[in-house]
Design a protein. Structure first.
Length: 417
């Protein structure tokens, strides 16, 4: 089997995901995706006629952000028409999965060059999704609008799921807020020291004017005292019907986990930020890299996808990590850098406790609580962040994973070259 290598990783800065407020919110979704695809092409002098496929992730596939964004963004970025493009959806886990798919095709010998990644304009999705809900379109929740499926595998609001997991695990609000403060602190240090500079591009318009060249979301001055004053964000959802006349989001969880008393504790300071962004990876075979003078930065060691309980929805990263470690023949002690998406603070806290991870090795440069979570783009961002940190620190192995709606998690292990 051939080996797959990451040649480069690029991403945009994250922009506040509110229409008219974030710097990226006025962009066409395909233009946003094209910005990172063009950067990969230019930085690596890539002959895009050699790209076998652009494998792209988008979660909120509505309006201008629907259809085959991967193909259209590649064309917008000036790729050769022979470079194919496909767009897929694994919700939050989309762009780890696109990387897994691309690497698998290279390892199988079917592709020489794969460009993978994802993009998300939550400003657009939130704005237009709200209008759709006002018109009576969509379920109005974060789970499924399929009543037959809800009867067998109820899926609740993700924030209510986070609060339920905290209740089940006995994790307190104060403990989660401590992680929220730490995420902001670490991100502030990383930005001040330029740790993201290798991967972050400047987003420009058609005339070359700068649209965004810095992170908009972080609040490095966050304190525990400030977080303690915030109101829980998902209290209203706990007792809200998931469908007109249907069960509440709390009742959906209690259908599978009877007796769990769900106390609302998660708020904006310990939940992932709503932002816009895009990220992309260049993955090739070793033979192609050598023949074209490309310097491999990391080898993809192992990949995994797993499903878990769809009702609690957020717990799959732990079994995903165990699965990918087993595939690689590695242990928790072998991993130098862990990137686990901070969808909610409880996800990372439970992950640390279940696997016995050294807190100094996980989300070293902050996570989505501080930086924001542009859904389908986040996985590729995490891979790039892990790669940059391995190079900065001299570590060998990095493991990247994240929860996805429906109770899923993809995972990848990379080895610094």
């Amino acid at each position: 089997m051939a080996e797959a290598y990451i040649i480069d990783a690029v991403r945009t800065p994250r922009s506040i995901g509110k229409m008219g407020k974030g710097a990226l919110s006025a962009m066409h979704p395909e233009h946003l995706a094209a910005s990172v695809l063009a950067a990969l092409k230019e930085r690596n002098h890539l002959d895009t006629a050699d790209v076998d496929d652009v494998i792209w992730g988008v979660s909120g596939a509505i309006g201008l952000q629907s259809g085959d964004v991967g193909r259209n963004a590649a064309l917008d970025a000036g790729y050769d028409v022979r470079a194919g493009g496909v767009t897929m959806n694994r919700f939050c886990g989309s762009s780890i999965t696109t990387a897994n798919f691309g690497a698998a095709m290279v390892m199988a010998g079917m592709h020489d060059v794969a460009v993978t990644g994802g993009s998300e304009m939550l400003s657009y999705v939130t704005h237009h999704g709200a209008k759709m809900r006002e018109a009576g379109v969509g379920s109005g929740g974060m789970g499924t609008g399929n009543p037959r499926l809800q009867a067998v595998h109820p899926q609740s609001n993700q924030g209510v799921c986070a609060d339920a997991i905290a209740a089940i695990e006995g994790i307190t609000r104060a403990e989660l807020e401590a992680w929220g403060v730490e995420s902001q602190r670490r991100a502030g240090i990383a930005i001040a020291e330029g740790r993201f500079a290798k991967s972050v591009i400047t987003v420009r318009d058609e005339d070359g004017a700068v649209i965004l060249d810095h992170e908009e979301y972080p609040r490095p001055d966050t304190t525990a005292e400030g977080l303690a004053q915030l109101k829980p964000a998902f209290a209203m959802f706990r007792d809200m019907p998931s469908q007109p006349g249907g069960k509440t989001y709390a009742e959906l969880i209690n259908q599978v986990y009877p007796g769990v008393q769900i106390t609302p504790i998660h708020h904006v300071g310990i939940s992932s930020g709503v932002v816009d962004g895009a990220a992309a990876l260049l993955i090739t075979s070793g033979e192609y890299a050598k023949a074209h003078g490309l310097c491999a930065r990391a080898k993809i060691v192992a990949m995994a996808e797993i499903g878990d309980c769809p009702t609690l929805m957020l717990n799959a990263p732990v079994p995903a990590a165990r699965k990918v470690l087993a595939k690689a023949g590695l242990t928790v002690a072998d991993i130098d850098v862990w990137e686990v998406n901070e969808a909610f603070a409880v996800v990372t806290e439970k992950f640390i406790r279940d696997l016995g991870i050294d807190r100094a090795k996980i989300n070293i440069n902050g996570g989505s609580i501080a930086l924001g979570h542009p859904i389908a783009a986040t996985g590729a961002m995490l891979i790039g962040t892990a790669l940059d940190e391995l190079e900065r620190s001299g570590g060998r192995y990095g493991l990247i994973t994240m929860c996805a709606a429906g109770g899923m998690a993809p995972a990848m292990i990379i080895e610094r070259v």
